[in-house]
Design a protein around this ligand. Structure first.
Ligand code: ZN
Length: 192
């Protein structure tokens, strides 16, 4: 049996971005690609983490549920500067998911703009928000205290655990939220 005979169900999407999203992406490219990096469909879990992950497991899991439509980053350090959600006025917005993006960006102080799908976009509004973005993010960094790694298998926040047995009983390590399905461990010391 060759690799191609296996019955894997994966296929490539031909509609990675909708036609409205492609039009908006080209608008961003034309006006902002000289100064910024532009990404689309960035998972919240790639962009944000939760502090005190042991107490905030529910919040960490929420991050797995949604993407941000577009993200502008600085070119030098790839610092996220602005999130943009492209809202389709015709489509019924999934309220819970949208509220989640609003809450997360607000809490983490990442500027977020909602743009309504239209035939014409203007760069002024975006430029205005971008001009204040670095200062806002700097404020957020002041309060930064705890960090936890992301599971290399699952891409989600890991939590602090203690070895209950074995040669390093009582030792601290980071374990995956998907345990026991995922047994990935990262020693606390290797992070220092
Ligand atoms: Zn994992």
């Amino acid at each position: 049996m060759t690799e191609h005979d296996s019955l894997h169900p994966y296929r490539i999407r031909t509609d990675y971005l909708s036609s409205d999203e492609i039009v908006f992406y080209h608008f961003l490219l034309l006006n902002f690609s000289d100064e910024y990096i532009i990404f689309s469909k960035v998972a919240l879990s790639d962009l944000f983490y939760v502090i005190k992950p042991n107490e905030n497991v529910k919040f960490a899991q929420k991050l797995l549920k949604k993407n941000i439509d577009f993200l502008l980053l600085s070119k030098e350090e790839m610092t996220p500067l602005l999130a943009i959600e492209l809202d389709d006025p015709k489509q019924e917005v999934h309220q819970t998911n949208q509220k989640l993006v609003d809450e997360v960006c607000d809490d983490a102080k990442l500027p977020l703009l909602h743009m309504v799908v239209s035939g014409e976009y203007h760069q002024e509004e975006i430029k205005k928000v971008l001009s204040i973005a670095p200062a806002r993010l700097e404020k957020n960094r002041d309060g930064e205290d705890e960090y936890s790694p992301v599971c290399p298998n699952c891409g989600i926040t890991m939590v602090l655990r203690f070895d209950k047995a074995g040669p390093i009983k009582g030792g601290k390590y980071y374990g995956c939220l998907n345990y026991p399905e995922c047994i990935e461990k990262i020693s606390v010391n290797t992070l220092n």
